[in-house]
Design a protein around this ligand. Structure first.
Ligand code: HEM
Length: 283
């Protein structure tokens, strides 16, 4: 079973703003797991009830959307022939909307334009505290404006990396956060600076969760558009009980994290309670 422990990029015990990418086999672009069926149902619900918030495609993105759908179908047929997404076929939807319903990964299309790599279309049902409407049509620097340090340290390396991604060579990186709300669709909530006294080391086990994004990057051979995939995994913080070493690394990473980043990641409401709980797990 895939868990957040598979993507514990805090394992060094240091906070770092890093590219953190590695090449993966084509067979691992899409990673089905025991949450697939549940997440596909949740996507269908969100796409039915709040379509304009979770799907957006700019005019002109149609060819790249179709190419993404074709590549996804071919990849599933070859590497995951029993994937439930393969039996989906619904006429009348735009190709990226259909592709997004096939896999638990959210799918975002980035196109190289004069301004840099720009978000031109997305099926985004599980946003980690951001709104698609704020980001569509914007380049990477604009998209990451709220992330402390991103534009100084990462904007150029990320653009250079995207320029080099070759078709047939997917890449992977992961992002983590500790959250006090396990909901998959979370369009708001970054930057909370207040203290929530109701979360304590004693009840942190019930109140806190780890949320990981397994992020993939795949270049479409014809259009050169980049498919940014985000698979979201949420587990109760208690899962760290299996790995006291990772509980200790997470605590060290949080100690090491600059205040602006801790605030951005909305850890302030429960930072002390979390550290108290992690200390118990790791000792
Ligand atoms: C190698 C590529 C990338 C890197 C290194 C990167 C890095 C980051 C980092 C460090 C954060 C802060 C997350 C946190 O710690 O909680 C972030 C947030 C975010 N990233 Fe990326 N990212 C990459 C690709 C992308 C792409 C392709 C998109 C396309 C839409 C994207 C959209 C976002 C958004 C929307 C946020 C939240 C921003 C907000 O709070 O408004 N990222 N990214």
């Amino acid at each position: 079973m895939a868990t957040v422990l598979d993507y514990a990029t805090y394992d060094k015990g240091r906070h770092q703003l890093a590219l953190g990418i590695r090449a993966i086999p084509v067979a691992e672009w899409i990673e089905p797991d025991d949450r697939t069926v549940h997440q596909l149902a949740e996507k269908r619900r969100l796409l039915a009830e709040r379509h304009s918030e979770v799907f957006h495609a700019l005019p002109g993105s149609e060819a790249a959307q179709a190419e993404c759908l074709t590549c996804l179908r071919a990849n599933l047929a070859e590497h995951h022939p029993n994937h439930p997404g393969l039996i989906l076929s619904e006429a009348g939807r735009s190709p990226l909307d259909l592709a997004g319903r096939m896999v638990q990964e959210d799918l975002l299309l980035m196109e190289r334009q004069e301004a840099g790599w720009v978000l031109i279309a997305a099926s985004l049902c599980f946003p980690a505290r951001w709104r698609l409407s704020d980001k569509i049509g914007r380049p990477m620097a604009g998209i990451h404006d709220p992330v402390p340090g991103f534009n100084d340290k990462l904007a150029r390396p990320v653009d250079r990396f995207f320029d080099r991604v070759a078709p047939d060579q997917p890449y992977l990186r992961a992002n983590w956060s500790v959250i006090d709300d396990a909901t998959l669709f979370q369009p708001t909530g970054h930057g909370r600076g207040f203290h929530d006294a109701s979360i304590t080391p004693d009840n942190a086990a019930d109140r806190l969760h780890i949320r990981v994004e397994r992020q993939t990057f795949v270049s479409l051979p014809d259009s050169g558009v980049l498919v940014f995939g985000i698979k979201t995994i949420v587990d109760p913080i208690t899962i760290l009980g299996r790995r006291p070493d990772l509980a200790a690394s997470l605590a060290a990473t949080i100690w090491d994290m600059p205040d602006d980043m801790a605030r951005y990641k909305s850890m302030a409401p429960f930072r002390d309670a979390l550290l108290g709980y992690l200390e118990r797990l790791s000792s």
